[in-house]
Design a binder for this molecule. Structure first.
Ligand code: GLU
Length: 435
């Protein structure tokens, strides 16, 4: 049915305030990124409104007994941004600053990311507004289980598959899998990914995001004639993503000269001892107090002399305030949403190449997909097989994005959005509207 040309004004209402570009919060940033890609979508642009409205969003109350006998309430979320290409897929984040708007943006970036690497998923994300470091292990388990039960109406192996994200790990996934399975009366390992190996997890999943960051980083460096051997690296966030990426770059001969995390910032001109720093973080929870580096001001981190910068922590770290001081030629986004659109423009003017989150950190969800496939087939692959397939997916996706960027003379971010959004909206168009 073609739209009635006389039907003005349009029947669709303007977006409600919580869906609008709210002073450049993560969701506002996503909307700006969609506006930037729209001119490149051709006839599919008629479906672009789909991307500006999450399919569904659930807010849940998560009450638990604290160890002291009192009851605490936390706010939890699960958002399905888009499921045109398959079930929802995306992590669960525990952080004191989590909001619905942030989870909406993170779910939307999952839609684009999953489409960009062509895994058969839509985009979803979840979170709880809590500082998990303040909870005991028992409190953390009770909160995880109650949250899983509350979002039980949305998740399932063929509906929506959560995974680890900031401050969640294999143990949290084990509790989520168990809670869902107890409610279903059958063990459903495929309901989450990033599980312990003994519970249907995949070899290589823990390192997959960092390995993907490294893989596309090497490809990008090659394109701009930057040698990894001897390259100076600055890394923000030294957990599962930044720590592993730093390790792989260091093994390839790069020097990790600066690191920053929630505990502080460190510098060492000759390069930090990455295995020793990883062991220190494992033991103490942050880079703070590591004896093998000089403590620097957090703000000075952004101006250190380096060739490659890897933001691998939270959103909105590279902004108008520091983009002009960054000396790196290459930025590889391990985090989701670390760069604001205004900072993107400054970096583009300064000829800094940004490999965006929606491709750079897609290694995690790629191996999540392998885990899910292994769970369904109850047949498990070797680590070498997994790593080889991961590298193949990442290199092919990066080559496609690089070519699209070149053809359209756009940034790698817009190019990845072109590839991802076209796949999502083609699926959307072919499926048609129900009813
Ligand atoms: N949380 C990760 C991400 O942001 C992984 C999601 C997944 O494996 O489903 O991409």
């Amino acid at each position: 049915m073609s739209p009635n040309p006389r039907s003005t004004p349009p029947l669709t209402h303007a977006l409600p305030s919580y869906l609008q570009a709210d002073n450049l919060g993560p969701w506002g940033i996503f909307l700006q990124q969609v506006d930037r890609v729209t001119p490149y979508l051709g006839p599919l642009a008629r479906w672009v409104e789909t991307l500006k409205r999450p399919k569904r969003a659930l807010i849940v109350d998560v009450p638990i007994h604290l160890d002291d006998g009192t009851v605490a309430h936390f706010e939890g979320y699960r958002v399905h941004h888009n499921t045109s290409r398959g079930p929802g897929k995306g992590g669960v984040r525990f952080h004191q600053d989590v909001t619905l708007s942030e989870v909406m943006a993170l779910s939307a970036w999952m839609s684009v990311k999953n489409a960009a690497v062509n895994v058969p998923y839509g985009g979803a994300k979840g979170g709880i507004r809590v500082d998990p470091l303040k909870l005991s292990r028992g409190e953390l388990e009770r909160m995880t289980r109650r949250y899983t039960s509350e979002i039980g109406i949305l998740i399932g192996p063929s509906k929506d598959i959560p995974a680890p994200d900031v401050n969640t790990n294999e143990q949290v996934m084990a509790w989520m899998m168990d809670t869902y399975s107890m409610n279903q009366g059958t063990t459903a390992t495929g309901v989450v990914t990033g599980k312990p190996i003994d519970l249907g997890g995949s070899l290589g999943r823990r390192e997959a995001t960092g390995r993907g960051v490294y893989t596309v980083g090497v490809e990008a460096a090659h394109h701009i004639g930057l040698k990894i051997e001897g390259a100076r690296l600055a890394v923000q966030g030294f957990g599962n993503v930044g720590g592993i990426a730093a390790k792989l770059f260091a093994e390839a001969g790069a020097r990790v000269v600066a690191v920053q995390d929630h505990g502080g910032s460190l510098y060492r001109e000759a390069g930090l001892d990455v295995p020793a720093l990883l062991a220190h973080v494992q033991e103490s929870g942050s880079v703070a107090g590591f004896p093998g580096g000089e403590k620097i001001e957090d703000n000075a981190f952004w101006g250190v002399d380096c060739d490659i910068l890897i933001p691998a922590a939270l959103e909105q770290q590279i902004t108008e305030a520091n983009a002009g001081r960054i000396t790196a030629r290459l930025i590889i986004e391990g985090a989701n949403g670390p760069t604001t659109p205004a900072a993107d423009d400054i970096l583009q003017d300064r000829n800094v190449l940004v490999v965006p989150d929606v491709i750079a950190n897609a290694g995690g969800v790629t191996v999540s997909y392998f885990e899910w496939v292994q769970d369904f087939s109850s047949f498990f692959w070797t680590e070498d097989e997994i790593n080889a397939r991961l590298v193949k997916v990442m290199k092919e996706a990066f080559a496609t994005v690089w070519q699209v960027a070149h053809e359209n003379k756009v940034t790698l971010r817009t190019a990845t959005f072109i590839v991802g959004c076209q796949r999502i909206l083609r699926a959307r168009e072919m499926r048609g509207l129900y009813p």
